[in-house]
Each structure stands twice: as structure tokens, then as C-alpha cells.
Ligand binder design. Structure first.
Ligand SMILES: NC(=O)c1ccc[n+]([C@@H]2O[C@H](COP(=O)([O-])OP(=O)(O)OC[C@H]3O[C@@H](n4cnc5c(N)ncnc54)[C@H](O)[C@@H]3O)[C@@H](O)[C@H]2O)c1
Length: 256
């Protein structure tokens, strides 16, 4: 593991990759703050793990994020690693989705991550150490039908994370922007419960541990972009070089 510090701050810690990261770090003897709106999920994350402290937090509430960051540092010590993993993924055509849903996706997936950045990163930069890990997605590079609102939120995360890294590199904090293909976590069920794009079946979900391992490898090698899974970075290159290829495939599989 590339982690050299003691204290981790994990949003979305009540499920999926946030939960797995929390447990992995706790097993390594680290002090972990798992933060989430889902209290039951948090309790499950921490069950049997002494090193995991849980905090109920809605990342869209900037004042609450500031309070939580201060509380975690008071309870556990200075934050050495942040995972910005909280997100939602209801899907649908852009003119069919409720306006409130489209706004909520951006509020959580993008603005929530901005809030967490504002109240955790400055301290890490002052101390000149730590790992700052933002979860974007391949959906932040490859737009497809039915996924527009989620795509937009992840494109925003990609742009924010890239500029954040370039504005602050060389100051002792390592940055990673994580761009996985579909991963086998409860997030995907939100797509299945709304509209499931057939195009997603082209990429069977990878395991969450594969994503977390790829993050460690990237941090260890002083990289920034994390493209876990076989063929993921090839998909990224194809989108850049041959954008029409993606759209002809997507229209064909969705049938419109
Ligand atoms: N699972 C995938 O296929 C996949 C693929 C690429 C990227 N990602 C990204 O990886 C990250 C982790 O996703 P996951 O698959 O573990 O999802 P998940 O659904 O298992 O976990 C996300 C967690 O975020 C929490 N959350 C939602 N709204 C919140 C809010 N307002 N405040 C605080 N917490 C909130 C949820 O309660 C949930 O516990 C997300 O950013 C996701 O977009 C996931």
C-alpha cells in the first residue's frame, strides 16, 4: 500500500468502494473516518473494525463538511488521505429525468466533492503531505445515451481534479483522479432501477478491489490518472481519436 500516513477521510464510506477502502486501511492499522448520508451503511462498514469511526454527513452541505473535517481532525488527528467517493447514479434521457434529479446529481457528485476539497486539502498542503483521491469515472470521458446528467457531473469532476492537481503539484500532496469502467457495487443498481443503457453491457463490471489496487499503483508511481480494468485506457484513447466511433456504436446498441 502506498499510504504513508495515519488518518483517512472517506466520503461514500457507507457502501461500495468507500467501504472497501475504509476496511482495507483499518486492517493496515490506520485510523479511518467513514462519512456518508447512509447511517445504516456506515454502521455496517464499521462493524468489527475498531479503526473505523463513522460520521453522518451530506457532502452537499458545505458548512457540515467544514464541521466534519474539523471533528475528524480533533478525533483522529490531521487528515493524511482523502477519498472523494460519494455519488449517485440515477439514469434516464435528459428530457425525461426530473429537473430536481439532474440538479441533485451535480450537487452531490460535483459540488459535494468541491466542498470536501475546500475543507480538507488546504491543511494537507500546509503539512506538505498526503494523498488526495477523487473518484471521477470513465463516464467522465465517454458520454452515452441515458447517462447525460451523470456524464456531466463526472466530466466536471475530471476537469476540476485535473486543474486542482496542476495548481498544487510539487507541494508534497499526491493526487489521483480515478476513472473506472463499471464496478460491481450497489451504485449500478441505481441505473438498473431507472434506465439501464445497453451500451454498459459492453463493459462487464470489474471488482472494487481492482480499482483500489490501481489507485495504490498510481500513487506509488507518482501518476495521476487511474484507468483500472483491461482495455479502459484504450477506450479513453479511442474516444479522443475517434469520437464518432463511440456514437455510432451507442446509437446502434440502443436502437435510436
Ligand atoms: N460502481 C461503478 O460502476 C463506478 C464506476 C466508475 C466510477 N464510480 C464512482 O466511484 C465512487 C464510489 O462509487 P461506488 O460504486 O462505491 O458507489 P456506492 O453507491 O456503493 O457508494 C456511494 C456512497 O455515496 C453515498 N452518498 C450518496 N449521496 C451522498 C451525500 N449527499 N453525502 C454523503 N454520501 C453520499 C451513498 O450513500 C453511498 O454509500 C463514486 O464517485 C462513483 O461515481 C463508480
Amino acid at each position: 500500500m502506498a499510504f504513508r500516513g495515519d488518518v483517512a477521510f472517506i466520503t461514500g464510506g457507507g457502501s461500495g468502494m468507500g467501504r472497501l477502502a475504509a476496511r482495507n486501511l483499518a486492517r493496515e492499522g490506520k485510523k479511518v473516518a467513514a462519512l456518508d448520508v447512509n447511517e445504516e451503511g456506515l454502521a455496517e462498514t464499521a462493524a468489527g473494525y475498531e479503526g473505523i469511526a463513522t460520521y453522518t454527513l451530506d457532502v452537499t452541505d458545505a458548512a457540515a463538511v467544514e464541521t466534519a473535517a474539523k471533528q475528524v481532525e480533533a478525533d483522529l488527528g490531521p487528515i493524511d488521505r482523502v477519498y472523494n467517493a460519494a455519488a449517485i447514479m440515477p439514469l434516464g434521457k435528459l428530457l425525461d429525468q426530473e429537473l430536481t434529479t439532474i440538479h441533485r446529481i451535480m450537487e452531490i457528485n460535483y459540488n459535494g466533492l468541491v466542498n470536501v476539497t475546500r475543507f480538507t486539502l488546504p491543511g494537507m498542503l500546509e503539512r506538505g503531505r498526503g494523498d488526495f483521491i477523487n473518484f471521477a469515472s470513465m463516464a467522465g470521458w465517454l458520454p452515452i445515451l441515458y447517462m447525460g446528467a451523470y456524464n456531466a457531473s463526472k466530466f466536471a469532476v475530471v476537469a476540476f481534479s485535473e486543474v486542482l492537481y496542476h495548481e498544487n503539484r510539487g507541494k508534497g500532496v499526491r493526487f489521483a483522479c480515478v476513472c473506472p469502467p463499471p464496478v460491481a457495487t450497489p451504485l449500478l443498481q441505481q441505473g438498473r432501477d431507472t434506465v439501464w443503457p445497453k451500451a454498459l453491457d459492453d463493459a462487464p463490471p470489474i471488482e472494487p478491489q481492482e480499482v483500489l489496487d490501481a489507485i495504490e499503483q498510481t500513487l506509488e508511481s507518482d501518476g495521476f490518472w487511474v484507468f483500472p480494468g483491461r482495455g479502459t485506457s484504450l477506450g479513453w484513447r479511442l474516444r479522443r481519436w475517434l469520437p464518432d466511433l463511440l456514437w455510432s456504436r451507442v446509437h446502434k446498441v440502443e436502437g435510436f
